[in-house]
Design a protein around this ligand. Structure first.
Ligand SMILES: Nc1ncnc2c1ncn2[C@@H]1O[C@H](COP(=O)(O)OP(=O)(O)OP(=O)(O)O)[C@@H](O)[C@H]1O
Ligand SMILES: Nc1nc2c(ncn2[C@@H]2O[C@H](COP(=O)(O)O)[C@@H](O)[C@H]2O)c(=O)[nH]1
Length: 190
């Protein structure tokens, strides 16, 4: 059965880092989503995102789309099909609103990881260290979406596996266990 690991949580909690680990360690490809935000240094078209203008953004067919801190983001049916052509088990990085939509739309074909950190101050430091523009960090941390995504939403409670991503070695161990449960045929989660 095809399955999507939805990785969600606040900005800077490490969602993309976790998704890259799943690709490198377990060959789980990521669904590439679309955004109208400008590229960060080092980001590549079709690898990190499909970078769109507000006009081209409208031309895709979305399973869900959101506004996040003044930009548009969406996961297209085309992007989903492209990832599933590589593997029956894929991941996607979403804000919590998108994660709730995925659970509603794909139901038992979704496994959710919700990432947190011990203190939100860590997130500001991580965004700055990542090289985000200071103005962008300021706007993002002042957004309703940022505050919303700090807490596990009711719609994901009892569904999501929560991982506190403070120490990367601990997170890696939790991820290894999570994937083992998903991919063991006798496991209730498989
Ligand atoms: N456990 C960790 N300890 C220290 N730094 C980390 C850890 N996990 C991730 N990081 C770093 O934190 C920064 C943010 O991580 P990442 O880009 O994966 O977050 P994100 O949740 O995808 O963010 P966004 O929602 O803004 O795209 C990156 O520079 C990453 O290398
Ligand atoms: N609901 C969706 N959320 C998405 C999608 N693609 C990314 N995201 C989330 O947006 C924020 C900001 O991302 P950033 O790359 O600008 O830092 C973050 O929470 C992502 O997880 C999407 O297609 N749908």
């Amino acid at each position: 059965m095809k399955r999507v690991i939805v990785i969600t949580g606040a900005t800077g909690t490490g969602k993309t880092t976790v998704s890259s680990y799943l690709t490198d360690q377990f060959h789980i490809p990521r669904i590439i989503t679309h955004t109208t935000r400008p590229k960060r240094p080092g980001e590549q078209e079709g690898v990190d995102y499909y970078f769109e203008t507000p006009e081209t953004f409208k031309q895709n067919h979305y399973l869900e789309s959101v506004h996040y801190a003044n930009y548009q983001y969406g996961s297209s049916l085309e992007g989903l099909a492209r990832a599933f052509s590589k593997s029956d088990l894929v991941s996607i990085v979403l804000d919590t609103k998108g994660a709730e939509t995925y659970v509603k739309e794909l139901d038992t074909r979704v496994s959710v990881l919700f990432l947190t950190v011990a203190h939100p101050l860590l997130l500001k430091e991580r965004l700055e260290q990542r090289g985000d523009q200071l103005e962008m960090v300021k706007n993002r941390l002042a957004s309703d979406e940022y505050r919303r995504d700090l807490t596990l939403p009711a719609g994901l409670s009892g569904i999501a596996t929560v991982i506190q991503n403070d120490k990367w070695d601990t997170t890696k161990n939790r991820l290894d266990e999570f994937v083992a449960e998903l991919t063991t045929p006798t496991s209730p989660k498989a």
